[in-house]
Design a protein around this ligand. Structure first.
Ligand SMILES: Cc1ncc(COP(=O)(O)O)c(C=O)c1O
Length: 377
């Protein structure tokens, strides 16, 4: 398949870049004994799981279908967590997961009988401390519903569960900040953790970031594991797929209203939602901050403020030109939607060999079916 003939918009996952991240994950496992389960909420394009599987221990989920997908397509250990299960969810999930993690003591009490004997039982705890840039993504934010607060724990629960999960980091690139959180947890919950088999520290630890001190992280995780006699887990999402994937789009028009806007055949609201939700501008491969030609990279949706970023270029942009919107895998492909009836990006993988493989493509029928399958009689 020739890249220049592919129709935009499309995602291109780069196998070599993915393997670079996975090698770091493998190294972390080797030096620390930590087990790593891929957070499917961040990335669940199962067409590339055969590349990821040899490096990680399994998958973790945030809803019933993710559990099923992890079980079917990833294998290894399947962790099931949800902020709120229905009884039907628990019954469906209990048979196919290895660990079932409840978000509250009330859900644990209501459903433990369904899980016992089938999967290892866990509870999410909220340590009340966190590392997160934005309040929206901060599990320790005021009135947080995520996990049991320390002063609400009925400590007898530790006699009848196997493990606990903490998730309190978001894109934490600072190993010392993570170590400070671990120390706080050890101090606050240590005597209870000693009774357990496993402890998961959740996701958000950005150990694949350039310059991250993996050796220090590994030594700290190992020390925590030895101190409390537990198997440690991390649940990386973003760390695994960071910088692996471009969203490739085409400039379809250039308009001017004090500033020049290059309109592309994609939209943040439909294809890169977190750009909008977190107000974090995208980066464009072809841009050069020193370039003298400035453009708003505008979406083709109807939402007035829907834009990817403002970027500078060495040469004026032209209609028909392709742009690569970088780092577009995490919390992106899992959030695609059909707003405005825009064409959904296809998904490709560029193998280390240079071959391009198609993983998905979408058409009008997919759009139509997502809206109704039957009409009123
Ligand atoms: C419980 C849990 N585990 C893992 C993750 C994955 O986090 P990340 O993709 O930042 O590594 C998240 C993200 O929200 C989470 O809530």
């Amino acid at each position: 398949m020739n890249k220049s003939l592919l129709k935009t918009p499309y995602f291109m996952i780069n196998e070599s870049k993915l393997i670079e991240n996975l090698e770091k994950a493998k190294h972390l496992k080797e030096i620390s004994g930590v087990k790593l389960v891929l957070a499917l909420k961040c990335f669940s394009t199962w067409g590339v799981f055969d590349i990821i599987k040899p490096y990680l221990d399994g998958s973790t989920s945030s809803g019933p279908f993710e559990v099923k997908l992890g079980h079917e397509t990833f294998g290894g250990e399947t962790h099931a967590y949800s902020v709120g299960y229905t009884e039907d969810d628990v019954r469906e999930v209990a048979d196919i997961c290895d660990k079932m993690i409840f978000n509250s003591q009330s859900q644990l009490a209501a459903y433990r009988h369904i899980v016992e004997g089938k999967a290892s039982l866990g509870l999410r705890l909220n340590p009340g401390v966190s590392y997160a840039g934005q309040d929206l993504a901060n599990p320790a934010r005021k009135y947080s519903r995520l996990g049991v607060q320390a002063d609400h724990i009925d400590t007898s629960v530790f006699e009848s569960i196997d493990g606990v999960m903490f998730h309190m980091n978001c894109e934490n690139k600072d190993v010392d900040a993570f170590i400070a959180l671990l120390d706080a947890i050890s101090e606050q919950f240590g005597e209870h953790l000693n009774k357990l088999d496993w402890v998961s520290m959740g996701g958000g630890v950005f150990f694949t970031w350039p310059g991250y001190d993996i050796a220090k992280l590994g030594a700290t995780l190992k020390a925590f594991s030895d101190k409390h006699g537990v198997q440690m887990y991390l649940e990386p999402g973003e760390a695994i797929i960071t910088k692996t994937t471009d969203l490739v789009v085409t400039v379809v028009d250039i308009v001017e209203n004090d500033k020049k806007t290059a309109i592309v055949n994609s939209a943040t609201e439909a294809h890169r939602l977190d750009t909008l939700i977190y107000d974090e501008p995208a980066s464009i491969l072809e841009a050069n901050p020193e370039g003298e030609h400035e453009y708003v990279i505008g979406s083709c949706s109807c939402l007035a403020g829907d834009q990817f970023c403002v970027a500078n270029f060495d040469e004026p942009l032209k209609v028909g030109q392709q742009l690569h919107i970088m780092d577009s895998a995490g919390y992106t492909m899992v959030k695609l939607n059909w707003f405005n009836g825009l064409k959904m990006p296809s998904i490709y993988c560029e193998r280390s060999s240079g071959n391009i493989e198609k993983l998905n493509e979408f058409g009008y029928e997919d759009f139509k079916r997502s809206l109704s399958q039957w009409s009123v009689s």
